[in-house]
Design a protein around this ligand. Sequence first.
Ligand SMILES: C[S@@+](CC[C@H](N)C(=O)[O-])C[C@H]1O[C@@H](n2cnc3c(N)ncnc32)[C@H](O)[C@@H]1O
Length: 217
Amino acid sequence: MSVENDKTLVVYDKMAQVHLDNLAAHDANDPERARKKRKKLTADIREAFSSLPAGAKILEIGSCNGVNARALEELGYDVTASDVAPAFIDACKKQGLRTIKFNVLKDEFPADLSGILCWRVFVHFTREDIAEALARIYAALPAGGRFMFNVIDRATHDCDSEMKDSKGEYFLGAERYYAYYTEKEMLDLINKTDFRIVKEWHKTGGYNEWLCYVLER
Ligand SMILES: C[S@@+](CC[C@H](N)C(=O)[O-])C[C@H]1O[C@@H](n2cnc3c(N)ncnc32)[C@H](O)[C@@H]1O
């Protein structure tokens, strides 16, 4: 686990409530845009895990306010939400979600998972962190298990990574680490595992372009 991710988790630990408030304010600012974004992401999540039967166990890593875990539950899966910051864990529990404290770079995975979702989390991971996380996630899934995740597209940034927290919609007033990836870099990282790419797509969201993936063990 990198120093960069560690420092970022310290920021989230202190500023989680501010981040939750920012997310809510962002959605309240343009409810129609938020609704459309939610609908599209739910459709992507449904498709990603459509090969799994109802009731299959799915872990969400970095659940934050729990909206993606809720969407998974509504799709009929047996969902475990997770995060590292206590305020995020509480926010998920308040919504009735089964929630655990879980750091993907060091903690033991729950048993019997069929799917894993990790949305906008690898943004805070170095290349080594991603290689480590992909290897751990691969090992936690059975044959046919699905993994959905995304990273910020390097094409829209003129540096590989930076410690920053720009003024704007999700400003926490402290520096989080962000890393940016090219398609080639992601392909190289994925090819270090035996995951098969089921789907790869580009997405525009907020300030960023995203590279999105569904992998299958
Ligand atoms: C930008 S937020 C995204 C939250 C949510 N998934 C979403 O899409 O809104 C990044 C999340 O990643 C979590 N995170 C960062 N490093 C992590 C790690 N090593 N293990 C688990 N979660 C981590 C943070 O606590 C935070 O909830």
